[in-house]
Design a protein around this ligand. Structure first.
Ligand SMILES: [Zn+2]
Length: 399
């Protein structure tokens, strides 16, 4: 049951076009999920008239969203023509800005990357501004005959409705209007989003099947910090000014091995991030600074996967605090699942039990067990997040 807020009601009144758009969206999603599928099968599954389905399919073909792929098996009469999403044509530019590197990629409707370039992220905002505009303009020019949109993922607080980066703590950047500049230069529309929220959207549309099927889950990105994205009733929850999900700063312990980006040593981020794990590992060699001084998190993961006890020990300690934070999220919000992403998923087999053990200690014995799983989005979940900002909009509205 949703309350009707009158100031918004004038946009919500159901018009005939609204119904047609909803049906179009349903047919597009059938093709996406069940391809190869025939018009007759869609009509049977949706209980829409055959003629309605055919008209919608024509419209979707015209929009360049679906295509025919030959004949299926006949169930008596004429062999049906099968449909699938149109792939191979560029439709999304994803810009993924992380503290270390920035990736710009072009992808098709299925999220398959067609081309990709990377450069080292600089803390000089003027330089970053120039790089992004120049590179994206080049791509936009190259594909000027295609219908492209831009999605951008950033490690900070983003006001999506105004297309403005409000604050990126890692670099101290404030009020960056990169979306407006990109649109001015290329004519393309830009959707921007906080990295953890972008990942949540990516899981919702491109994640593993058990996550795509549910409506309430939380993503936990373990990277330089800890970011969380909350999916509530099938939508990413933003909160006022897009600032929801800052669980990285909840207190889960004390005397963390590193300082949180906010300065505290009690935050989840200071106890479970990549830098916390690396600092823990270094501390296990108090008399041999040279052995561990230039270790980074991915190197540490390699050591752990090769059975190095100190690396495994540091990761298990991180997993304990990761479990405490996850347990708090479960107790407070009762999600159906928690999806962990970031490089830490490459050692999930080593730490999953540690995380579960902590979570099981909390009081939820009569409630269904929350699924805790590693993301299947791979090593660049934020890039898929950036692309999802465009792709999910196409599948969610189809008009
Ligand atoms: Zn903090």
């Amino acid at each position: 049951m949703k309350r009707i807020y009158l100031q918004k009601a004038k946009n919500q009144i159901a018009r005939p076009t609204t119904i047609r758009d909803i049906n179009k969206q349903i047919v597009l999603n059938y093709v996406r999920d069940r391809a190869p599928i025939s018009r007759a099968e869609i009509a049977r599954e949706t209980a829409l008239q055959r003629s309605t389905v055919s008209a919608i399919v024509d419209a979707l073909q015209e929009l360049g969203l679906i295509e025919e792929i030959g004949m299926g098996d006949s169930t008596g009469g004429r062999k049906p023509t099968l449909l699938k999403l149109k792939t191979g044509s560029p439709c999304a530019i994803g810009i993924d800005l992380t503290p270390r590197e920035t990736t710009i990629a072009v992808a098709d409707l299925e999220g398959k990357v067609i081309e990709l370039e990377k450069f080292t992220t600089s803390q000089d905002i003027e330089y970053m501004n120039r790089q992004i505009i120049e590179r994206v303009s080049r791509i936009a020019e190259k594909y000027k005959n295609e219908q492209l949109e831009i999605g951008m993922s950033l490690p900070g607080i983003v006001d999506q409705s105004r297309g403005k980066v409000l604050y990126i703590p890692y670099f101290g950047w404030r009020d960056w209007d990169i979306a407006r500049q990109l649109t001015e230069k290329t004519g393309l529309s830009v959707t921007m989003e906080n990295d953890a929220n972008a990942i949540a959207l990516a899981e919702l549309w491109f994640g593993q099947e058990q996550i795509r099927k549910i409506k309430n889950f939380i993503t936990v990105l373990v990277s330089e910090g800890i970011g969380t994205g909350v999916v509530f009733d099938g939508q990413v929850y933003h909160g006022e000014k897009g600032a929801a999900g800052e669980f990285g700063h909840m207190i889960v312990g004390e005397n963390a091995p590193v300082q949180c980006s906010c300065g505290s040593r009690d935050c989840w981020e200071a106890l479970s991030s990549e830098k916390a794990t690396v600092a823990r590992y270094k501390k296990s060699f108090p008399h041999n600074g040279s052995k561990s001084h230039d270790i980074n998190f991915n190197y540490l993961i390699g050591l752990a996967n090769n059975g190095e006890p100190q690396a495994i020990g540091s990761l298990k300690e991180t997993a304990k605090y990761l479990g405490i934070g996850i347990s708090n999220l479960i107790v407070g919000l009762s999600p159906q699942a928690i999806v962990v992403s970031g490089s830490i998923t490459n050692v999930w087999g080593l730490i999953a039990d540690e995380v579960s053990l902590v979570v099981e200690r909390s009081v939820r014995s009569r409630l269904p067990k929350t699924i805790i799983t590693a993301s299947t989005l791979g090593d660049s979940p934020t890039l898929i997040g950036a692309l999802s900002l465009v792709l999910a909009r196409i599948f969610a509205s189809a008009s």
